[in-house]
Design a binder for this molecule. Structure first.
Ligand code: NAD
Ligand code: IPM
Ligand code: MN
Length: 347
């Protein structure tokens, strides 16, 4: 690849702050790799509602479709509560429009950084897991009814929706320890029973080399922080994956550390830190940009197929973590911008 187009959706709250760090890293490593980067910033989320009345303006979606990869900061905030449209609707809309059914959320604790986790070092030591979250189905996208006295969200999954995301998890496991833990609520939910049957059938048919087990989501929430190193690939549906990934961020130390890749469509993938717009620290240069930096590395690896530049960023992240050049959420005293500069220096 000699040239690439990235669309940036800085969004709201700390979104623009962490996007600035990701952008600088991407520009530097692409230049060094001889890749000409064309970039475009588009309105998205609350910022787009303010300027154009809708969270995902048609022009933004058009630009994203024409890009090789999309980087998103974060959207949302109390300012838009109770308004006609929520910023989060834009995020759900773009995931659906781009067909991004698989969300990869890696959680790896760097050896020697066990002290960053509020969990005991001996518990988190060796944790290295990948959450594969289904992203365009389930409760998020089923029919909704919202009345004053009654409301409902329909949870629907088809076998095909389960199979395609399970395939992503099985393929990922082949490049790792070869183990998939599928997390569901099959003791209560019909969708979970279909999920489990479809996952087992696919494993038996196409992935007999992969070790598969099933854990109910409530027990999984416990095991995830009790013995995180026991997991390799976690495969789960949309809502469970959302909740478990925020929980899993505590293993590494902070929600500000985790990046993600949303993949699956014919077109570009979307790369974003798992955290939100953090209104409580927005505008104070306190946001941890390492999750955004990790997302930039995932963008290079999965979106642009540039493995070496991805590894350069990941190595810089390990460096600042090892030396404590970090933000207050993991005990450091640097601001978001200073961590960005420290990363650039290490490239
Ligand atoms: P949040 O992730 O924004 O914040 C939760 C807590 O983690 C806060 O205390 C925050 O300060 C802290 N935090 C988050 N990111 C951090 C970072 N990079 N560095 C340091 N600390 C960080 O979750 P929330 O407060 O529940 O949600 C705020 C808004 O963000 C809501 O509108 C929500 O819908 C939205 N949201 C958006 C996304 C997204 O755009 N992908 C993801 C999650 C939440
Ligand atoms: C995430 C967020 C989103 C989700 C919200 C903002 C719609 O929490 O990306 O994890 O629930 O998927
Ligand atoms: Mn979330």
């Amino acid at each position: 690849m000699t040239s690439a187009k990235i669309v940036f959706l800085p969004g709201d709250g700390i979104g623009p702050e962490v996007t600035g760090v990701a952008r600088a890293l991407l520009e530097r490593v692409c230049t060094d790799a001889g890749v000409t980067l064309e970039t475009e910033d588009c309105l998205f989320g609350g910022a787009a509602i303010d300027q154009s009345g809708t969270a995902l303006p048609p022009a933004t979606l058009k630009a994203c479709r024409a890009a090789d990869a999309v980087f998103l900061g974060a959207v949302g905030g109390p300012k838009w509560d109770g308004g006609p449209e929520r910023p989060e609707a834009g995020l759900l809309g773009i995931r659906k429009a781009l067909g991004l059914f698989a969300n990869l959320r890696p959680v790896a604790l760097q050896p020697g950084t066990e002290h960053l986790s509020p969990l005991r070092a001996e518990r988190v030591k060796g944790a290295d897991l990948l959450i594969v979250r289904e992203l365009t189905g389930g409760l998020y996208f089923g029919d909704k009814a919202e009345g004053e006295e009654t409301a409902s969200d329909l949870c629907v999954y088809t076998r095909e929706e389960v199979e395609r995301v399970a395939r992503v998890a099985f393929e990922a496991a082949r490049g790792r320890k070869g183990r998939v833990t599928s997390i569901d609520k099959a003791n209560v939910l019909a969708t979970s029973r279909l999920w489990r049957k479809a996952v087992i059938a696919l494993r038996d048919k196409e992935y007999p080399d992969i070790e598969l087990d099933h854990v109910l989501v409530d027990a999984a929430a416990m095991k995830l922080i009790q013995a995180p190193a026991d997991f390799d690939v976690i495969l789960t549906e949309n809502l469970f994956g959302d909740i478990l990934s925020d929980e899993a961020s505590v293993i590494a130390g902070s929600i500000g550390l985790l990046g993600s890749a949303s993949l699956g469509g014919e077109g570009p993938g979307l790369f974003e830190p798992i955290h939100g717009s953090a209104p409580d620290i927005a505008g104070q240069d306190k946001a941890n940009p390492l999750g955004a930096a990790a997302s930039a590395a995932l963008l290079l690896r999965h979106g642009l197929k540039l493995e070496d530049p991805a590894q350069r960023i990941e190595s810089a992240i390990r460096g600042v973590l090892a030396d404590g050049e970090t933000t207050p959420d993991i005990g450091g005293s640097l601001g978001c911008r200073a961590v960005g500069e420290a990363l650039l220096k290490r490239l």
